[in-house]
Structure formats: C-alpha cells, structure tokens
Design a protein around this ligand. Structure first.
Ligand code: AMP
Ligand code: ZN
Length: 484
C-alpha cells in the first residue's frame, strides 16, 4: 500500500519515458484520465474495441486499487483526416459519400451509437493564445502550429527530423504553407477538398478545427491542467498525441500529462484492422453476434493477451476463446453458492485480492488476472468463498462471470424439470430458453401420442424435429435432444 492515501501502488509502462514506472497521480488518490474516442464515420470495429477494452480494464483496475478516477473520452465528428498528415481527406466526408448522406446525418447516426460533443469556443481560445505567444502562425488561410518553437517535439519516437519529413510526405502532396514539415493545422479555412459540411465562425474566417486540437481542448476543460494518464491506440502516438502535447504544453506553459498509455493493435492476417479498408475486413460486434459469438468471449480473448503486444484475430482464435470462456462459466456454475465463509476462507479471500492487485498492477497484466481465476477454482476453500473472490476479480475484468454462471444454472434447471410423470427430457445447453421450451413441448406431445398409440402423429413430430435440425435420442425413462 502507498503511504499518503489508501491506494495501492501499481506499475505501468509509460510510452513517454519508455519505462515501466510506479504510477504517481498529481493529486494523491485521484486520477485524471483521458482516452481518445472514436471518429464517428462508421461503426467501431473490434480493433477499436480492443483498445477500448484495455482502457476500460485500466480504469476499472485503478478504481479497484482505491483511486477515484475522472475519465473523459471524446467523440470526433470533425477534422479527422484520412492521412496522418493534414493533407488527407476528411474521414467524415468520405463516410457521407459512401452512404449517400450528409456529414451531419452520418455524425448523428454513428454518434447515437456512441455520444456527442461541440467545443468550438474552446478551440478558438487555445488557438488565439498560441497565436499571441508565437507558437502558431497564419498562412494561406489556415492557422498552423510552429513545431520549430519547441525544445523537444518528438516524445514517443526517436525519428530524426529528416526521416520523419519523408514519412509525412509519402503519398501526399506537401502543404506549401507550412514553415516546417511537421507543423500541423490548428484551424482550417481553406481545404482542397470539396465543401466541408461542418463549419464555424472564427476570428480567422469560417472554417473548422484541425484534428489534434479537439483532444487537448476537451481534456483541458474536463480533466484540468494536469492530466495523469492519456490513452489511445499505438497509431495515435504520432502525430496525434505528439501534437496534442505540443499545443497543450505551449498553451499551458507547464508540463501537461505525466503518463501515456498506448494499446497495440488488433491485426488480421493481412495486417492492421481499420475502418478505412472497406467492408470485407470490417468486423463489428454485431457481426460476431450474428455468427453466434458471445461478445464476452471476444473480451476474454483480448484479456488473455498483453495490451502492449499486437494481437492477431482469426476465427480459430476466437473459437478457442469462446470455448474456453464457456468451459469456465460451466465450472463456475457448478459451484454451490449456499455455503458458509469461515475465518480461514476470509484470510484466503484477502490474499487473492492482494495477489490480483499485484499481478494485474504489473503493467496491466490481464492474462495473469485470468490465470488467477483458474487458481481460485482449484483452491481449497469453500465454493461460497470462490464465488466471492471471482466477483471481486470481475469488478476489473467485467467478464460477467457470476451472471453468466447463474444464467447457465437456470437453463440447466429448466431442462431437468420438464417432464410428464417419470418421462424426463434433457435438452441442448446451447439452445435459447424459448427454443428449449418449444422443442420440449413437441417431444412431450410425441411421447403422449406414442402412449395413446397414435404412431402417425408421433412420426410426424419426429420429422418436424428433424426439419428443425434437432437430433432426438430415446433413452430409458425419457429423451435427449441436441441441435445439429
Ligand atoms: P478511430 O475511430 O479510427 O479514431 O480509432 C479509435 C481508437 O481505436 C483509437 O484509439 C485508435 O488508436 C484505436 N484503433 C484503431 N485501429 C485499431 C486496431 N486495429 N486495433 C486496436 N486499436 C485500434
Ligand atoms: Zn485524441
């Protein structure tokens, strides 16, 4: 435990220092956290979700460790360009064209699936001060940040200027208004792209903000001047987060964010999953659900890997995760919840809490947290104590361990109670409850038809079940069925 407050000391890799560090909050016991949110021009794909899952577990872990956390996340509905440089096309505009809708309709639609923002006054305040203090300059109708005014521009990479200039130029036209190749736009009034739909008045003309200013402004407004942790996917480190630091610190005149957390990507076998690649590689949770995957099996899959390692998505990997998750839930469902928790159990419950704090608190090692679940299941303690520990871990992991186990228990209880007299029907554990009810009713009807020697009806029902892909096996005293 830490001395100043009632919080646990945990360790996290900091991309800014490239070291794993003891986490030190600016205000003891309180964490200001900012996470870059989605650009709402399309549904979030499961790659985005990997990053959000890592951030969610991080936030929950910090609360578990005793911190009070203020977490802020933006929704980008303007100015996020397709290229990391300022020269790309606005992603929102591209989304609108794809779906034959206006940018506002697109933003509204995808924002409704997430949530909304509007901070133009804040952007104008920051940009005005950067202009007054010489960190920004107008050129060709736009306002640019002057990166040559900084003592240190590169925070997350050791690129030297020439390397980077080539990277930025690749495939895109150089913006001749820039004084330095890495300068970036704070406010656009001129864009070479077709009419930008979302525009606002500003002291520099009608236009729209650059992408990076949004996160700085929102964070300054809701997190205050000292940010403890800023999160995003690795692709955000450069130039997005680098530019956020440049403008925020120049605006504030003091260091801004102490800790940077970057989640590695979810890749497909053909490379990084992205919204821009088109429909064929576009995997959403809705798609997973339509293929009968439990979204929590995907979460389980993500938690079994470390957030700083790239994770490869394949259907086979997801199948394995789903089957492991279902087996785990089955084991938990087999525990009896009505037992007593004795003093010895209580000591072990506390020990597991400490172990979880320590192991997951070693650079957010969620895989260790998952392994601890299996250790608990094997431990020599009462079932009630096991359930209590699992509920405690689930405050961070959010795998719905106890809820899913209860659902399974109820489903199994339903399957066993159905019957007429001494006729017992055992159904398929994977079938939905209403489906189970329907099939059981048919099987019961068939049993009664056979008893009254109505074999025609009995055969008809068997054919009906077959057409519904139900395999029925008669056993002494009842029947067993499963979906095939
Ligand atoms: P976007 O909506 O493209 O701005 O991305 C939203 C968040 O998802 C950002 O933090 C990105 O860094 C992150 N992200 C984008 N693609 C992936 C991916 N394939 N795997 C993991 N995170 C990603
Ligand atoms: Zn951001």
């Amino acid at each position: 435990m830490s001395n100043a407050t009632d919080v646990y000391d945990f360790y996290l890799y900091n991309s800014a220092t490239r070291r794993k560090e003891k986490f030190i909050a600016h205000t003891p016991g309180h964490i200001e956290m900012y996470t870059c949110g989605p650009t709402v021009y399309h549904f979030a794909h499961i790659g985005n979700l990997r990053t959000y899952i890592c951030e969610d577990v991080l936030e929950k872990y910090m609360r578990y460790a005793g911190y009070d956390v203020n977490r802020v996340m933006n929704i980008t509905d303007v100015g996020h360009l397709t290229s990391d440089a300022d020269e790309g096309e606005d992603k929102m505009l591209k989304g609108a064209r794809r779906e034959h809708k206006s940018v506002m309709e697109i933003a509204q639609f995808y924002t409704d699936a997430f949530s909304a923002t509007g901070f133009i006054d804040e952007y104008i305040k920051i940009i005005s001060k950067l202009l007054d203090t010489g960190y920004a300059y107008p050129a060709g109708g736009n306002i640019y940040f002057d990166t040559s005014k900084l003592n240190q521009y590169y925070i997350f990479n050791s690129h030297d200027k020439d390397d980077l200039a080539v990277g930025v130029r690749e495939g895109v036209e150089q913006d001749i208004n820039k004084r330095n190749s890495n300068d970036f736009v704070l406010w656009f009034t001129k864009s070479k792209f077709e009419d930008q739909a979302l525009k606002w008045e500003s002291p520099w003309g009608i236009g729209y903000p650059g992408w990076h200013i949004e996160c700085s402004a929102i964070s300054l407004k809701y997190n205050g001047e000292y940010l403890d942790i800023h999160c995003g996917g690795v692709d955000n480190a450069f130039p997005h987060h680098t530019n956020e630091i440049a403008q925020s610190e120049s605006y504030l005149g003091h260091p801004w964010c102490s800790h940077w957390f970057h989640a590695a990507h979810l890749n497909t076998s053909s490379g990084k999953m992205s919204k821009s690649k088109g429909e064929s590689e576009f995997l959403t949770v809705t798609l997973l659900k339509s293929k009968n995957y439990d979204p929590l099996a995907y979460r389980f899959f993500c938690l079994q890997s470390h957030y700083r390692k790239a994770l490869v998505f394949t259907w086979e990997n997801l199948d394995n995760a789903q089957s492991a998750y279902q087996k785990l839930i089955k084991k938990i469902a087999a525990l009896r919840s009505d037992g007593e928790i004795n003093d010895q159990d209580q000591i072990i419950i506390t020990q597991y809490h400490e172990k979880f704090l320590q192991q997951v608190g070693n650079d957010l090692n969620t895989a260790s947290g998952v392994t601890l679940i299996y250790d608990v299941l094997k431990a020599h303690i009462s079932d009630a104590a096991k359930l209590k520990i699992l509920a405690d871990f689930d405050r961070v992991l959010s795998l719905s361990l106890l809820e899913k186990a209860n659902e399974l228990r109820e489903k199994e209880a339903n399957q066993k109670t159905i019957g007429a007299g001494d006729y017992q029907i055992t159904g398929d554990a994977n079938a939905a409850p209403d489906e189970t009810e329907k099939i059981n009713a048919l099987i019961l009807q068939r049993y009664q038809a056979k008893k009254s020697k109505n074999f025609r009806l009995a055969d008809q029902i068997r054919d009906e079940l077959k057409s519904q892909h139900i395999e029925l096996t008669d056993i002494p005293g009842g029947a067993v069925w499963k979906k095939i």
